[in-house]
Design a protein around this ligand. Sequence first.
Ligand code: ZN
Length: 372
Amino acid sequence: MREIFVWPFAIAVLLICWSESFAGEAALKSKNVIYITWDGFRWQEFFGGAQQTLIAKDAGVSDIDGVKQRFWRESESERREVLLPFVWKTIATRGQIFGDPAANAAAKMENTHKFSYPGYSEMFCGFADDKGIDSNKKFPNPHVNVLEFLNRRPGFQSRVAAIATWDVFPSILNQERSGVYVHAGPGPIPGNSLSDREKMLNEMIADTVMLWPDNQLDVITMQVAREYLLKHKPRVLFIGLGETDEWGHGRRYDRYLHAANRADAFVGKLWELLQSLPEYKDQTSLVLGCDHGRGSTIRDWTDHGAKIEGAEFVWSAVFGPDTPALGVRSDVNVTLSQIAATLATLVGEDFRAASPKTAAPLPGVISTKPAQ
Ligand SMILES: [Zn+2]
């Protein structure tokens, strides 16, 4: 009698343990990751919405009443929600946000240059290299980046892409060596079999007034990225937007706010699109971030760089089917260099195994251990 009861029980326990360990290894729902950056967008507006001292003529705002009506609200939570509704109504309630000083949680870059190439290199390669990466010139990045790593992993080959407003990304991501598809800057969409929408975008690219010699308008890059996604269904897609930085340098706080508001709407619409596509629905993670901050006074909010105090502080947000809804993370300090391993870990890959200098993923962004 004893044996009859004990053995089925023991086998059942073994089966449960075995299936649980198996489920633990393969439980990531996320198969794709989309990473979007807003160049030089300050944590002050990200967490606090429009800043009263900068809605001023000295910050380039001529229609003060118009900007106030659109972006000023009495409380900080209302202000940030009216500026970035997708971030604060959706990501903050269903995902995680890093870098809020009010929550005793700084997000900081490790490089000391505080400008774009070193910032993007740090976030994509997983570490700062102050000596080797010290300018915004178009030199090939010597370090392996996470997009390049993923592009070589089984199941990801030729399914990793970067589409960005700034024309230095082919160098930052070392397009030649990495083999990652990079479309960046003000030039047309390449290729012979373009869709009707891509052909129309190329007409607009040819006829749009160029505001900056090395940067495309965000709206064009957003649409180019959308078409790329629909046509090629990448598993890993980076979209780099740049107008927040350009209007900041141009001392146009009104347009800086408007650019951020449009970038937020773009992320919202993209998320909606992803949920309508079977390849992406419920199996895609989204990461938002920026490459550097800016100054904090009415004089230097326009600038960033080694001498600008506070421009080392950034922010980031993570959202997706494996990310616990912890909202604004408190009492946790993170660095820009943690983005690289985060992107890999969200699709079950370990970038640190291939690139030991890479910083650890952002803590707590996935609820299960990824398959090794
Ligand atoms: Zn800049």
